[in-house]
Ligand binder design. Structure first.
Ligand SMILES: Nc1ncnc2c1ncn2[C@@H]1O[C@H](COP(=O)(O)OP(=O)(O)OP(=O)(O)O)[C@@H](O)[C@H]1O
Ligand SMILES: [Mg+2]
Length: 532
């Protein structure tokens, strides 16, 4: 039985494992190592995955789901989902428990189910490649994923029939791949600019101890935004030529967006891009309309300067919270496809005052680290040169709502995990017999400016004057970054402990049903892998 590390990306996923002490990356069906994170559905229940699903983004945009990672673990009405809705050509609605659900041709799918289908596919790729069964995995997430996004990722793993050994932060995974067994003493920055998210993490590497000093970033900043910037340029050119704004036509927009991504990649290697895009839209008398374009890299750079600037700002914030200057960083590791953009490299070099390391494959380094950690956890790292000790931190402060619309912090940001903190509160009204504990994540003093995570209730309190009954609230964050909350009645000792009832999350029974469905699907139409 094999264990794998999975970098479940917004755009691409990578799956790797350790074999005879070496990391091996599982290839896709087209001789590459990136598996596009795309699932396409057909009305007869058939599903297309990865490279086979990519073309269907144009052929069948309504039934082809991509960028699911941008939606996972977020309630339908959250700003992020609402913002994504405008851009995504497939249909989402609000389902049970405020979840965002995809309206498929056969039925609706929750977002963890979509990611679960992808993980199931990756698992099968690994099983075929390794000729072995795969039941457990380390799955990576952006360091700044919040509690609900992490839980939803674990749910996705469970749906795929995987035992999720650990939810590992992507930058920590990259650092592990970079530094394990190297006997180094360095302070490193991992700058990860992917398809959908940006994060930056400062780590201290001392031999094989990896300590996260600070982490930050933006879950809504990635290569997709660079594509959108180029899409605007192309759409303006098209509009100027034909008097039609292709952004108002879903099919035309999808075609242009795919072209924009290709132009972007081309501009990473060449100073200009020229092209002739046929059949972008149809004119008033049904004639196909094309777009000839010529875009200089400098034009693209002007359009993305603000986006790249936001990543540098995030680097500044993170260094400030670690109380470090840019010059105190020994090495900068580049992760994610967007770090191939020359302007990104140049700005990073300018800010840190040293050229970033580009020798590690920015696409695979996270999956490498995940595979190493999976081996560590499952097989005690027997086949590895050394064992890593990972010291991660909480990406956001965690607190609860108190009177006056305020949030009272219980765990600070950038505190090493696992961590447990208790604070004592009291009732706020006379004869109050229950308290609602509303949990949030974020740095603001005002509750509503933070991300609400969920709530739990402590009932049967003794009726007394306000302030006379004490309530102990304990927050415990485990090594996966997942929070458990315990509330204890100070007088009777009654305890209510819960994984907070997360808004926008699947219930346990929903996850189990989805896992059953997937098992059935796998059993019904796929070859079997020999068991050991
Ligand atoms: N040569 C290139 N030049 C510019 N951008 C590139 C290049 N190659 C890939 N990209 C971009 O990198 C992004 C994908 O990066 P990556 O595979 O690291 O993201 P991901 O891991 O799926 O996303 P995330 O880490 O945000 O979840 C896409 O936006 C893609 O267009
Ligand atoms: Mg990534």
């Amino acid at each position: 039985m094999a264990v794998v590390g999975i970098d479940l990306g917004t755009t691409n996923s990578v799956v790797a494992t350790v074999r005879d002490g070496q990391v091996v990356v599982v290839p896709n069906s087209q001789e590459g190592y990136l598996h596009p994170s795309v699932v396409s559905f057909s009305p007869d229940g058939l599903k297309y995955f990865s490279v086979d699903a990519v073309a269907r983004r144009i052929l069948d945009p309504k039934n082809t789901v991509y960028s699911a990672k941008r939606l996972i673990g977020l309630p339908f009405r959250s700003d992020e989902v609402q913002k994504a809705l405008v851009r995504l050509p497939y249909e989402l609605r609000e389902g049970n428990n405020e979840q965002a659900v995809f309206i498929g041709p056969d039925r609706t799918y929750t977002i963890p189910e979509i990611s679960g289908l992808l993980l199931g596919y990756l698992r099968q790729c690994a099983e075929m490649f390794l000729s072995d069964s795969v039941n457990a995995a380390v799955i990576t997430v952006p360091a700044n994923f919040n509690d609900s996004q992490r839980r939803a990722t674990v749910d996705a793993g469970r749906i795929a029939g995987l035992d999720v050994l650990r939810v590992l932060n992507e930058p920590t995974a990259a650092a592990l791949a970079y530094g394990l067994g190297q006997n180094m003493s360095q302070r490193i920055a991992v700058y990860d600019f992917g398809g959908g998210t940006f994060d930056v993490t400062i780590l201290q590497v001392e031999n094989d101890v990896f300590e996260v000093l600070a982490t930050g970033g933006d879950t809504f900043l990635g290569g997709d935004d660079l594509d959108s910037a180029l899409l605007s340029i192309l759409a303006d050119l098209f509009n100027a030529e034909h008097g039609i704004d292709p952004r108002n036509d879903q099919a035309a927009r999808s075609r242009l967006l795919i072209a924009a991504e290709q132009v972007k990649r081309h501009l990473s290697d060449f100073p200009e891009a020229r092209g002739d895009l046929k059949n972008i839209a149809v004119g008033s008398s049904g004639e196909p309309l094309a777009l000839r374009f010529h875009i200089a890299r400098t034009v693209f750079e002007t359009a993305i300067r603000g986006l790249v600037g936001r990543t540098i700002q995030a680097c500044q914030d993170v260094l400030a919270s670690a109380q470090l200057a840019a010059s105190q960083i020994d090495e900068v590791i580049m992760v994610g496809g967007t770090t191939r953009v020359p302007m990104v490299r140049a700005e990073v070099e300018k800010y840190f005052g040293r050229p970033p390391r580009t020798d590690l494959n920015p696409d695979e380094v996270v999956a490498w680290g995940a595979a190493i950690q999976a081996e560590n956890l499952a097989n005690a790292g027997e086949s590895l040169p050394s064992r890593a000790v990972l010291l991660d931190v909480t990406p956001r402060a965690l607190g609860i709502a108190v009177t006056g619309g305020f949030a009272e912090r219980i765990i600070d940001r950038n505190v090493p995990v696992p961590v447990e903190q208790t604070r004592i509160f009291s009732t706020s009204a006379d004869n109050q017999t229950s308290v609602r504990i509303q949990v949030c994540q974020g740095e603001s003093r005002r509750f509503e400016e933070n991300v609400p995570l969920g709530e739990l209730e402590l009932a049967d309190l003794q009726a007394a004057r306000r302030g006379a009954v004490s309530i102990e609230v304990t927050f415990k964050v485990d090594t996966n970054g997942i929070l458990r909350v315990r509330a204890r009645d100070g007088a009777t000792g009654a305890v209510r402990e819960a994984a907070v009832n997360v808004r926008g999350a699947m219930s346990d029974s929903e996850v189990e049903e989805a896992a059953e469905r997937q098992k059935y699907r796998e059993a019904s139409n796929l070859p079997e892998v020999p068991q050991e």
